[in-house]
Write a protein that binds this ligand. Structure first.
Ligand code: SF4
Ligand code: SF4
Length: 409
């Protein structure tokens, strides 16, 4: 029997096998019409066909057929894809771009010698992100380093929000609804979000309780695996899925509610055992309803569509309806609210130059709205926009949509 690879680590050749399994039909769905080009953030800033969805699909098709040799120069075009799936949302031919790029990345990661930065991020994923205890310890160490002013030396350290006490689940793993519960929902605590943005979870849980939900925090739940899949480690993602499904299968719940768009999209795509039961927070709240808000606010809000909410989950209306339902809130739309901000998981660390070019276009758009608050639905967008606005000296606040909605209660 072949030895098993360590947890979260792809067995040798796994990426190539994942790519080989990618169906030719998926690739052939692209009819090269080019309608996705203007929606693709990397094409928008470079104008290069090689940095477009069509160009990348062409490249991966040739690799799969063996008609183009695999070389490091070409790999760059796959690396520069944000995986934002904006192309998928606008493609009239229904190209499953998310599935294609994940398989393409698994192949790339299997074949190339990674740069030191990519190797380090892979180690961080396997050794930290998949292990809640180690991640929590790393969060505490980073918090201490922030207090000593040590993190500002590194770009990635400057990107981080000021860390507070991490989110803590209730002792008995349930936050009950006030009064008689209408629903019992499971809540995805996730990997980095409880450390980076605990206040988003606190607000999300409070809203769920207000909506009449008992909120269950499944003990033993791990990272959903989204960051692994997006970075070419499908084997690592599969192992986390198996571990999580054992936990979910042991409980009963009406929905698994997720307040991070990237995790929600991954759970919907990659966990067939949860089919129909994964709900983004805004999707669920729009479905079950919130009680009428008590306060009238005086707030101008602009909403940044998270790529994995707007394009991967096709959820655009619900967050806007919820924001508009708060008295005294004016929703000031950007010109291009559904174009990526350049965060894209680890992308801003791995491809900082392209990430920053995309971010600058986004910041112009955000600032032009004159809003008081930028509301987001994903921690990566929050961190990217906060860092960008801070660098421009803007006082605009960035917050999770749960925090914006909770202001009214
Ligand atoms: S991905 Fe879709 S929109 Fe883009 S070129 Fe192919 S078929 Fe056209
Ligand atoms: S996922 Fe985003 S960056 Fe990648 S090709 Fe599609 S639109 Fe462009």
């Amino acid at each position: 029997m072949a030895p098993q690879a360590p947890e979260g680590q792809a067995p040798e050749g796994q990426g190539r096998r994942d790519f080989a399994r990618l169906s030719d039909d998926d690739l052939a769905t692209c009819v090269h019409c080019g309608l996705c080009l203007d929606a693709c953030p990397t094409f928008r800033v470079t104008g290069l066909e090689t940095e477009s969805p069509r160009g990348r699909i062409y490249l991966m098709t040739q690799w799969k057929r063996g008609t183009l040799p695999f070389d490091e120069e070409q790999v760059k075009h796959i690396d520069l894809c944000l995986g934002c799936r904006t192309c998928e949302g606008v493609c009239p031919s229904g190209v499953p771009y998310g599935r294609i790029i994940e398989a393409g990345r698994a192949d790339v990661e299997d074949r190339r010698r990674p740069s030191p930065k990519r190797a380090a991020s892979r180690i961080a994923l396997r050794q930290l992100v998949g292990h809640p205890g180690r991640l929590r310890a790393a969060g505490m160490a980073t918090r201490a380093a922030q207090r000593l002013g040590l993190t500002s030396v590194f770009r990635s350290g400057r990107m981080l929000p000021k860390l507070r006490r991490p989110f803590r689940r209730p002792g008995d793993d349930v936050a009950p609804a006030p009064g008689r519960a209408r629903y019992r929902v499971a809540f995805l605590t996730g990997c980095v979000m409880p450390i980076l943005y605990p206040e988003s979870h606190v607000a999300a849980v409070r809203l769920l309780q207000l909506a009449g939900c008992d909120v269950w925090f499944p003990a033993g739940e791990r990272c959903c695996g989204a960051l692994f899949a997006h970075n070419g480690d499908l084997a690592g993602a599969e192992r986390l899925r198996e571990a999580n499904m054992r936990v979910y299968d042991a409980g009963t719940f009406d929905a698994l509610v997720v307040d991070s768009a990237g995790c929600g999209a991954h759970l919907k795509d990659f966990y067939p055992g949860l089919k129909g039961r994964v709900k983004d927070l805004t999707e669920w709240l729009a479905e079950v309803g919130l009680p009428k808000a008590e306060s009238e606010l005086n707030l101008r809000v602009t909403y940044q569509d998270a790529c994995h909410l707007a394009h991967a989950q096709r959820i655009k209306k619900q967050p806007r309806d919820l924001i508009r339902s708060i008295g005294g809130v004016e929703l000031k739309e950007m010109r291009h609210p559904d174009i990526c901000c350049g965060a894209a998981g680890l992308y801003s660390t791995l491809e900082p130059r392209m990430s920053n070019r995309i971010l600058q276009e986004k910041l112009d758009d955000v600032i032009a709205t004159g809003a008081d608050v930028v509301t987001v639905a994903n921690p990566g967008c929050q961190m990217q926009l906060e860092a960008g606005l801070r660098a421009r000296g803007s006082s605009m606040r960035v917050e999770h949509i749960a925090e914006t909605l909770l202001r009214a209660y």
